[in-house]
Ligand binder design. Structure first.
Ligand code: HEM
Length: 483
């Protein structure tokens, strides 16, 4: 650690100064391309600098560990605008992602209960019911936008698990509002940092949207309270939660946590489900082996919690899918005191970006990194700072077990009931939006009977920059595998 007067923009001892002078907007416009260029130019640590303002990027396990394991020095500063005191915007941004220090620890303990195994057991049946309802609408011969299906499904799941209601219309409405709100926060957060003159007009729109969103969330909370029942949904558990001094959450705190949970849960999981289904469809051999494993053990049904632990190929396929196409592509920290990291000596308050989408395909960590090879995980252990779809350290995703349970219930039901084939020639684009890797052109797939062959399709789009679409056994797109 260095003291303030000795700070210099970079360590003069370092021969190569890993700084690219450029537009900071390049990062917000296309995070993946910008980060990959920085990584290829400079290696595991780099900065993008414009007129003295700097974003620092860290890639790889060593720097990830330094930053993510030290929550005291590196604070979370989610890309949210706090808004005026006593405003809806301020209350909505009072969730875990924006908290640090003791406040974060206390709230993490309060929020943790509903995400532990005992509570998750209770959510499994909701998941099965909602997945069955979704699949009841699917018919062989249809072309479906699977991303849209997964998003709608996850909105219902989130609303049912978080609030204890399955009110699809309200869930869709809140979900869409949260998506817009998260995106606006993100753009404005970045705009404020780079002093974009266009942001002031967007600020008042953000405050308006926050008011409308808060009113909806508050209506959910009040409805839950009025039912006066001891539900096992997350909101009921949060209403009942008490810390060691017996203190519970205020309404404002509940609003903050509920909005973060809703925002953090639905899109990340919908993206993961979609990327999983895409990668399986494009790898017929792996998909065929997976369906064999599932039908042998589950006979067309969803796994129980015990069965989930005994489906090794399902486990590896999900793990590998989250490595190749991680739903959470990057996130940010800010150092609250001057700190040395690699060749940089950073003044307090420097934004530091860490990234799964750059760390996961490092060839020294994962040979043939751009291939989807679930079997690479056979007997392989790796540092939690090298493979980190849910991040790592004291702020690791609180919903990781719930997300994994959702994937392990939903994917088996889908792939046992239907054969999914990507529409030949479709453009599949992955773009990082509000820190998440989403299929921005949707995911058009043909739904067939489960007896149909497994076929990989030729597709267009920037997906080829992220994953090498070729079968583990050498088969290429366009080839079939009998069911
Ligand atoms: C596949 C799905 C998911 C992925 C990939 C994912 C990923 C992540 C990542 C990478 C972080 C760390 C962000 C950071 O450090 O800045 C995080 C944090 C968090 N996630 Fe998730 N998440 C998923 C699902 C969920 C679900 C289902 C919930 C809850 C219902 C959830 C709740 C949270 C919360 C509350 C945090 C903040 C934790 C803290 O700051 O202490 N996530 N998630």
């Amino acid at each position: 650690m260095v003291t303030e007067p000795e700070l210099s923009p970079f360590n003069p001892e370092s021969r190569a100064v890993p700084i690219t002078q450029g537009r900071l907007m390049d990062f917000s416009d296309n995070p993946f391309t910008c980060m990959r260029r920085l990584y290829r130019t400079h290696g595991n640590i780099a900065a993008l600098e414009e007129q003295g303002q700097r974003l620092v990027f860290i890639f790889g396990p060593q720097y990830n560990q330094q930053v993510l394991s030290d929550a005291r020095t590196f604070h979370s500063r989610f890309f949210a605008i706090r808004g005026p005191r006593n405003s809806s915007q301020r209350r909505l941004t009072c969730g875990l992602l924006s908290m640090n220090g003791e406040e974060h620890k206390r709230h993490r303990r309060l929020v943790m209960g509903p995400f532990q195994r005992k509570s998750i057991e209770g959510y499994r049946d909701h998941l099965v019911e909602l997945a069955e309802q979704m699949l009841a609408d699917w018919q062989p011969g249809q072309v479906r936008n699977i991303f849209r299906d997964m998003t709608h499904y996850m909105l219902r799941v989130t609303s049912s698990i978080l609030f204890g209601f399955d009110l699809p219309e309200l869930a869709y409405e809140i979900g869409h509002m949260i998506e817009r709100w998260v995106a606006m926060n993100h753009e404005l957060g970045m705009g404020a940092f780079i002093s974009d003159p266009g942001i002031t007009s967007a600020y008042s729109k953000l405050l308006e949207l926050a008011e409308a969103l808060e009113a909806k969330i508050l209506a959910m909370i009040n409805l839950r309270r009025s039912l006066n029942s001891q539900g096992n949904d997350v909101l009921s558990l949060l209403i009942q939660a008490r810390d060691e001094n017996g203190a519970g959450m205020t309404d404002a705190e509940l609003i903050g946590q509920a909005s973060v949970l809703f925002g953090a849960a639905h899109l990340t999981t919908a993206n993961s489900l979609t990327w999983n289904l895409f990668l399986l469809a494009q790898h017929p051999g792996i998909a065929s082996d997976l369906v064999d494993e599932l039908t042998e053990n589950l006979h067309g049904e969803a796994p129980t919690l015990e069965q989930m632990e005994q489906l090794p190929l399902l486990e590896r396929a999900i793990k590998e899918s989250m490595r190749v196409l991680p739903a959470s592509a990057y996130s940010q920290r800010i150092n609250v005191e001057p700190v040395a990291i690699g060749p940089f000596q950073l003044p307090r308050g420097t934004p530091i970006i860490f990234s799964q989408i750059i760390t996961h395909p490092m060839p020294d960590l994962f040979p043939e990194p751009e291939r989807f090879l679930p079997d690479r995980w056979l007997g392989m252990t790796t540092s939690p700072y090298a493979y980190m779809p849910f991040a790592a350290g004291p702020r690791m995703c609180l919903g990781a077990s719930l997300a994994m349970t959702t994937l392990k219930v939903t994917l088996p039901l889908i792939v046992q009931r239907f054969r999914l084939t990507v529409v030949p020639g479709a453009t599949i684009n992955g773009q990082v939006r509000s820190t998440m890797l989403a299929p921005t052109n949707g995911m058009p797939m043909i739904v067939s009977e489960p007896t149909a062959p497994f076929v990989a399709s030729r597709v267009e789009g920037n997906i080829h920059e992220m994953v090498e679409l070729r079968e583990a056994d050498g088969a290429t797109a366009g080839q079939e595998r009998a069911a």
